[in-house]
Write a protein that binds this ligand. Structure first.
Ligand code: MG
Length: 209
């Protein structure tokens, strides 16, 4: 199934909002990443030169199985085909400069290789979407350790909200936000991200000079 778009939710975990010194949103904060940024488990995250700080962000991703438009939260789950582990790689310095200037930060999120995703698991194999343990290790050390129960907007609300404004097509990916513990990556790093019962992936980092 081809991915047409990646809908991402920013600031969906309180502790992460705090570490970004941001404020708790009243509605889901949506942004898009292009599907050209997707890479798979084992692929290398390639960081262009002179970007400054670039961060990892482990997230639960859901992949749409059936076209949906204007669905309620109660029916949202029936439109999900599968789930996966996602890394919302972010050029943090580029994003911060844009945010301060009130400009879009698409570039900071949308570069090639900035969307690693694991193999997908059919939704039927998931017991409880809102009680999944997420973990990210940088060079073998645990850096992010969270649970989807800590989301401000649960998955079904994100799907319902998005579908009011954007038709979600089969293959579209929804990345549901990252817990606290985001941090910078550098050349030669290895990132291992996993969600218990869902999957895992490992991506080395190459920073270009
Ligand atoms: Mg994110």
């Amino acid at each position: 199934m081809k991915c047409g778009k990646i809908v991402c939710v920013g600031q969906n975990y309180r502790a992460h909002i705090k570490e970004l010194k941001s404020e708790v949103p009243q509605e889901p904060v949506l942004f898009l990443k292009p599907s050209s940024a997707l890479i798979a488990d084992g692929d290398t995250i390639i960081v262009p030169p002179n970007l400054g700080r670039v961060d990892y962000e482990v997230e639960l991703a859901v992949i749409i199985g059936k076209r949906c438009k204007n669905v309620s939260a109660a029916e949202a789950l029936s439109y999900v085909g599968s789930v996966a582990v996602f890394n919302d790689v972010t050029a943090r310095d580029v994003q911060s400069v844009a945010r301060k200037a009130g400009l879009p930060w698409s570039l900071a999120k949308g570069m090639d290789t900035f969307a690693p995703i694991s193999a997908a698991l059919p939704i039927a194999n998931v017991k409880e979407l809102q009680d999944l343990h997420l973990e990210l290790k940088l060079n073998g050390e645990i850096r992010q350790n969270g649970n989807t129960s800590m989301m401000i907007f649960p998955v079904v609300e994100i799907i319902s909200y998005s579908s009011r404004y954007m038709t979600l097509e089969p293959g579209d990916i929804i990345a549901t936000g990252t817990p606290e513990g985001v941090g910078a990556i550098k050349d030669g790093d290895v990132i291992e991200a996993k969600i218990d019962g869902i999957g895992k992936m490992r991506n080395p980092v190459k920073v270009m000079h």
